[in-house]
Each structure stands twice: as structure tokens, then as C-alpha cells.
Design a protein around this ligand. Structure first.
Ligand code: KG4
Ligand code: ZN
Length: 338
């Protein structure tokens, strides 16, 4: 059988990424991070869109060069249709459409949240892929979901956040502590040097498999304000312990819901995806759950956790096998559902 080459394009938020895949193997996965947002404490949509416009051509170029193929060898182009920021999505969508049209090859639209899950089907040495059905915990800056994955394109959201996403909980807590954006990776690093039980933050009571993180953020704000009144250097002197305690609380919230989801569904194969799945604490907690509860867990390589085009390309490949192509009038959709 002939090799299939897919170019994947991701531009849903603040990372411009392009990847080339040969069948289910990644040949290249280039990500241009947009540093500009760190000055603003969060992603500024207009700036993100403009940066995508500047980045997209060189990023695609690099992805093809690194994969050592020409664009004429491509079988199809896959792009993120949504969910995400409209202005950002439009850049990737328009670029993918024009290139596919120019090359006269199929265009494939990809759901970003499905891609975070299906990234587990990228072929890697020593990586065991999940089998169906499994549960996926997708945790990122924009989403927090527990998804029952019955087949590649048969997924059901069985729990999700009713307010902030878990990545936002990390980023907003970090902002209170004076850390730059995104704060998640910094909290992770500092937490490893601190005592997770130094401070206690109450977990929210939320029904069923849903999550809530906005209360935690407020609790942390009041806690820091109170302690700082007593000791102006409180945060500086106890930063590692504060970070460790915040991370411990967040991981506890996620693990509690996963345990209920396993009980409710009878499925104990768990995959994680999304930017927060890079977190060392959640990775450790899941590994522990293997011997503690007998779960099978699937933890992606770091480069496939935060936003990347490799995950878009693998979905492109899976849809290509089904001949599931898009019309050229397909629109970017900010609130696309799974
Ligand atoms: O999936 P992603 O790159 O973009 C979205 O689709 O949102 O996720 C970004 C989020 C940010 O909130 C960032 O702080 C968080 O993932 N993040 C982490 C870690 N690495 C990234 N949070 C906690 N620990 C980490 N190591
Ligand atoms: Zn994402």
C-alpha cells in the first residue's frame, strides 16, 4: 500500500504549529510559541491572530523541510476547525484551504478536543495505544472534560467544568502569586520542591462528573491576601509550599472525579491529554493508580500534550482512511463540540 503523507495545521489558540506524518508516524512537529502574551497575563486574541499570520508560512515550511518531503507529495491537509479563538482559527483554516485547493488534494477538518485524545494513536516506539472503550481526561487551558471514547469518532462527554478550566486554575493561581503566564509549568516546577500538605484548600462540591475551579481561585486569593497582611513576604518565603498545596488540591479534584467515572462506567482504561497532562503530579497520580486501583493508564509524550499539529495530523490520517473529507466551504467554529 502507498504511503499517506498528511500535513497537519494547528492555530486554535496561541501556538502556531505544523506537522507532517507518514501513515501514523510523525516525521516533523514544529511549534512556534507566541511569547508576546506573557506581558499581558493571558492570551490576547488580536495579537494571537496577527502572530499566526506571521508564523504560519515559516512553520509549515520548516515542517516540510524537516520531514524531507515536498508539498507535492502530500496526500491531504488537516487543520483545526475548532474549538478555539475565532481570529486564530481563521488563519489556519484559510491557509489550509488555499494550500489544499492549490495542490488539488483533500482538505480534512479536525476537532481540537478529539485531537488531544486521538494523539494517543500516534505510533511511537515503546508506546502502547489504548483500546476501546477508554476514558479520556482532557485538561487544558480552555477545557476540562471526561470523555467516554467508544471508537475513534464516537465520543461522549460525561463530565466537564461548569466554570474555569483546570489550566486556568493553574494560570490564575499563578497570577495571584506573581508568576508570569502561563503559570502551570512554573507551579509544577516549584511544587516539586514544596510540601503538598502545607496548606489546605477546600475542594468544591460539584454534582456528578462535573468540575468547578473558580471557587478554588477565589479561596487562594483570600488566603494570600490574609497571610500577606500578617507577613508581607509570605508568598516569597513560602512559594514552593503554596504551589505544592495548590497542585495537590487540583490533582485531588481530578482524581476524585476519575474514580467516580471508573465506577460509573466500569471502564478502567484512562488516557490523559491537553496541556495540563504535562503536569508531573497528575502523571504520578495516574501511574500510582495502576497498582493502587488496577487501572491501565495512557500518558502521552510531552510534545503531544500542549497544543501541537502532530495530534491534528493523526486525526487527519484516521479520517483519510475513512475518506472523510471536508467541503471547501467548511467554516472555522469557535464553539465546536466533540
Ligand atoms: O492544551 P494547551 O496547550 O492549550 C489549550 O488548548 O488550552 O494547554 C495550555 C494549558 C495552560 O493553562 C498551561 O498553564 C497548562 O496547560 N500547562 C500546565 C503544565 N504545562 C502546561 N499546567 C500544569 N502543569 C504543567 N506542567
Ligand atoms: Zn489544546
Amino acid at each position: 500500500r502507498e504511503n499517506i503523507f498528511i500535513l497537519g495545521i494547528e492555530s486554535s489558540c496561541d501556538d502556531t504549529s505544523a506537522a507532517v506524518l507518514c501513515n501514523d508516524t510523525i516525521l516533523s512537529n514544529i511549534v512556534a510559541n507566541q511569547k508576546i502574551h506573557s506581558d499581558y497575563g493571558g492570551v490576547v486574541p488580536e495579537l494571537a491572530s496577527r502572530a499566526h499570520q506571521q508564523n504560519i508560512v515559516p512553520v509549515v515550511d520548516q515542517a516540510l523541510k524537516k520531514a524531507r518531503i515536498t508539498k507535492e507529495q502530500l496526500s491531504a491537509i488537516a487543520f483545526t476547525r475548532g474549538p478555539g479563538l475565532m481570529g486564530s482559527l481563521l488563519v489556519g483554516t484559510s491557509f489550509a484551504k488555499s494550500l489544499a485547493y492549490g495542490l488539488n488534494i483533500p482538505l480534512i477538518d479536525v476537532n481540537h478536543m478529539q485531537a488531544h485524545i486521538l494523539a494517543h494513536f500516534i505510533d511511537e516506539d515503546n508506546y502502547k495505544k489504548p483500546s476501546f472503550p477508554f476514558l479520556a481526561l482532557t485538561i487544558s487551558g480552555g477545557h476540562t472534560q471526561i470523555v467516554k471514547v467508544k471508537d475513534f469518532f464516537d465520543m461522549e462527554v460525561i463530565g466537564e467544568t461548569i466554570d474555569d478550566a483546570v489550566g486556568e486554575a493553574f494560570d490564575k493561581s499563578g497570577k495571584i502569586l506573581g508568576l508570569g503566564y502561563p503559570a502551570g509549568p512554573q507551579i509544577d516546577k516549584l511544587a516539586q520542591l514544596g510540601n503538598p500538605k502545607a496548606y489546605r484548600f477546600t475542594k468544591p462540591k460539584v454534582k456528578d462528573l462535573n468540575f468547578s475551579f473558580s471557587g478554588l481561585k477565589t479561596a487562594i486569593l483570600y488566603f494570600v491576601q490574609d497571610e500577606t497582611k500578617a507577613n508581607p513576604n509570605f508568598v516569597k518565603e513560602n512559594l514552593n509550599d503554596i504551589c505544592a498545596s495548590i497542585q495537590y488540591t487540583i490533582i485531588g479534584i481530578l482524581m476524585d472525579k476519575l474514580k467516580i467515572a471508573v465506577k460509573q462506567t466500569g471502564i478502567n482504561h484512562i488516557a490523559i491529554g491537553g496541556g495540563v497532562s504535562a503536569n508531573s503530579g497528575i502523571r504520578k497520580a495516574l501511574k500510582n493508580a495502576e497498582h493502587k486501583f488496577g487501572w491501565s493508564t495512557f500518558i502521552p509524550k510531552f510534545e503531544y500534550t500542549t497544543d501541537n499539529a502532530a495530534m491534528i495530523a493523526i486525526v487527519g490520517y484516521l479520517k483519510y482512511l475513512n475518506q472523510d473529507f471536508s467541503d471547501f466551504d467548511v467554516m472555522a467554529t469557535a464553539r465546536l463540540k466533540i
